[in-house]
Design a protein around this ligand. Sequence first.
Ligand code: FBP
Length: 281
Amino acid sequence: MDAYQSVGIRRRMRRFFRRDGRALIFAMDHGFEHGPTDFEEHWEHVNPRIILRKVVRAGIDGVMMLPGLVRMAGDEVKPNVGLMIKLTSKTNLRPKDDQLLQSQLGYVEDAIKLGADAVAATVYWGSPQEDVMMRQFAEIASYAHDLGFPVVQFAYPRGPYINEKYGRKEDYRVVMYGARAAVESGADMIKTYWTGSRESFAKVVDAAAGVPVLLSGGAKAENPVDFLNLVWEVIEAGGAGAVVGRNIFQRENPEPFIKALLRVVHRNEDPEEAAKAEGLL
Ligand SMILES: O=P(O)(O)OC[C@H]1O[C@](O)(COP(=O)(O)O)[C@@H](O)[C@@H]1O
């Protein structure tokens, strides 16, 4: 017989992933991590209720937020949508060198009180502060697992030695290392960077050894088809989907774009066809 916790983790994972094992998740921690200027392109989306209503209506599989936004607007996240609560963060106002650290801003108990289906934490692998984030992640993961909650790691390698040795944090050897470190530290889902090609991203997926790998969306692509193509490559590489923020809330009309993304993620549709079907072309 399975331990109760294992059943809980499996059930909660299914609130994000459909039968195909894939998920499209909306990220909205930018007001904290980047500052409200991220919303200036479509200022009405600074209001969490307005943007959440749109993404939920479009059929998103899950939503990721920090605890305070869930408190304000979590009731917009309908019961059939997975709720991921991130328990670490940092502001962009910190001195540059201190931005290689995410600090704890919420606890597993808060996530439970708020009705979360998963908790998340960032580790900047390779940061001079890696040790702090490793411990933070270990504490969150150990406690969350005890209580039957899946734990998501935003495995974001970054730091001076990475730049010196590999030139860029998106080098597949670096991203793959972060994904593997996430697995070995107990993550149930991994969110990480695009490595630039399907072949190299497939290696990241291999290194994750069966733990689902989700793309971290990144800056908005002006042409929506470019982003649909990127997500298509992720799926072709064996990725489990994407966690997308700016590419959704920085669009005036995110609903058809989300629907097109869902076609690519769940139906393997050709990106251009998906864009046409949703009236984006
Ligand atoms: O790379 P940065 O600037 O630290 O971005 C971190 C942001 O990217 C995300 O991980 C994903 O959101 P995006 O799709 O907008 O990139 C957010 O959760 C987070 O706020």
